[in-house]
Design a protein around this ligand. Structure first.
Ligand code: ATP
Length: 375
């Protein structure tokens, strides 16, 4: 394999045109991605979208049917798992029960006859804040602590690439959230490249510099978390990352200020051309619920806002940080409106008739996909 083009300088991982078939089934479909060195990259998608298969091909546990994979500029497509500068942390910790924490962490180093095992183990345990438990056996540790041991065991190898396959999946919600911040801190501290697989959008957004949203074996969109959230290109991406209040519409005119006039169920709304996937024809128009507001009785929307309604408030839920309204607008559907709980503002109640408004600037016009139903 001397004919492939080298990875761009600074790429820890390059996947080029990779397809994986199991019989006639295409699990990964012509996937291409680059992960810059030292970054935290997340593969995010629903169950069965092909993210684990992708990770397994990077690890060398599965061979691509077509395409190539380079790690640190070296083509490893044909290389065995143990020949790759890669470590994987799985959801199951797979610690040796009869070894102490320190022995577990140092196991691989000892086998490879690395110098300074004790120092590197101590450093690894320090990093995951488990130095004080070095002599314990895994059975006496909590799930979160065991996962940290597994992480330290991978980190002490100083792999070019650390792969994380739903590593927090077995932890309860509170511990998960805590470990997400912890993982991010560790990644920043050691500067290794992390590639993390998850179906949890909050997890991907919390930790990763770059998120690739996968659907049916393909990457739908890749970018920084805020970019994906604020500028989704497809309904699938918009809905996978949160509510998006999408309504089918048709572009009917081009307006001043680089805006498109879009008809949605007989109502005219404006969409910035820069936030629309196309300037004519069918688009799905939407906005995030926290960008929407309920107009007070008799209040008109601002000149910079779109508005729909009136509709009926069908549900109100108080979450502490926000109050979430569900508003059914005849002919358009049900909108979610999340209002920050600012003191002294009375909200609407179920049964109330309200109009909704939101800034034109935060309106998007997306591609529809058959499987994009609001989740
Ligand atoms: P999950 O989060 O559920 O693990 P995933 O996105 O990681 O989902 P994969 O595990 O990559 O998905 O699987 C993608 C598709 O490929 C699934 O439909 C799965 O059934 C199929 N698949 C995976 N491995 C094999 C295999 N060895 N033989 C046949 N089909 C497979």
């Amino acid at each position: 394999r001397h004919t492939t083009t080298p990875a761009p300088a600074g790429a820890a991982l390059e996947v080029v045109g990779v397809t994986k078939r199991f019989g006639a089934f295409v699990a990964v479909d012509d996937l291409t991605l680059t992960v810059p060195s030292g970054s935290f990259f997340a593969l995010l998608g629903p169950s069965g979208c092909g993210k684990t298969t992708t990770l397994r091909m990077v690890a060398g546990l599965e061979q691509p049917t077509v395409g190539s994979i380079s790690i640190g500029g070296r083509d490893v497509t044909g290389a065995r798992a143990h020949q790759r500068p890669v470590n994987t942390v799985f959801q199951s910790y797979a610690l040796f029960p009869h070894l102490t924490v320190a022995e577990n962490v140092g196991f691989g180093l000892r086998r490879r006859r690395v110098a300074d095992v004790a120092a590197r183990v101590a450093e690894g345990l320090d990093l995951v804040e488990l130095g004080h438990l070095a002599d314990r056996r895994p059975a006496l540790l909590s799930g979160g602590q065991q996962q940290r041991v597994a992480l330290a065991r991978a980190l002490v190898n100083r792999p070019a690439l650390l792969l994380l396959d739903e590593p927090l999946g077995a932890l309860d919600l509170k511990l998960r959230r805590q470990m997400q911040l912890e993982l991010k801190r560790i990644q920043t501290e050691v500067g290794l490249t992390f590639v993390h697989v998850t179906h949890d959008q909050e997890e991907a957004m919390t930790m990763a510099d770059t998120v690739a949203v996968m659907n049916k074996g393909q990457i739908e969109q890749m970018g920084a978390p805020a970019e994906l959230y604020e500028h989704p290109r497809t309904a699938f991406v918009a809905n996978f990352l949160g509510r998006s209040n999408l309504v089918p519409g048709t572009v009917v005119e081009r307006l001043d200020g680089d805006l498109l006039g879009v008809d949605v169920g007989g109502v005219r709304v404006r969409v910035p051309a820069a936030r629309a996937v196309r300037a004519e024809g069918a688009v799905l128009v939407g906005a995030r619920p926290e960008k929407m507001r309920l107009l007070a009785e008799g209040e008109e929307p601002a000149a910079t806002e779109n508005a729909v309604g009136p509709g009926t408030v069908v549900d109100v839920s108080f979450t502490g940080v926000s109050t979430q309204y569900e508003v059914r607008v005849p002919g358009l559907g049900t909108f979610g409106v999340f209002a920050q709980n600012l003191s002294g503002r009375a909200g609407a109640a179920p049964g109330d008739q309200v109009r909704l408004a939101w800034a034109v600037d935060f309106t998007f016009g997306l591609d529809g996909r058959d499987d994009a139903a609001e989740g």
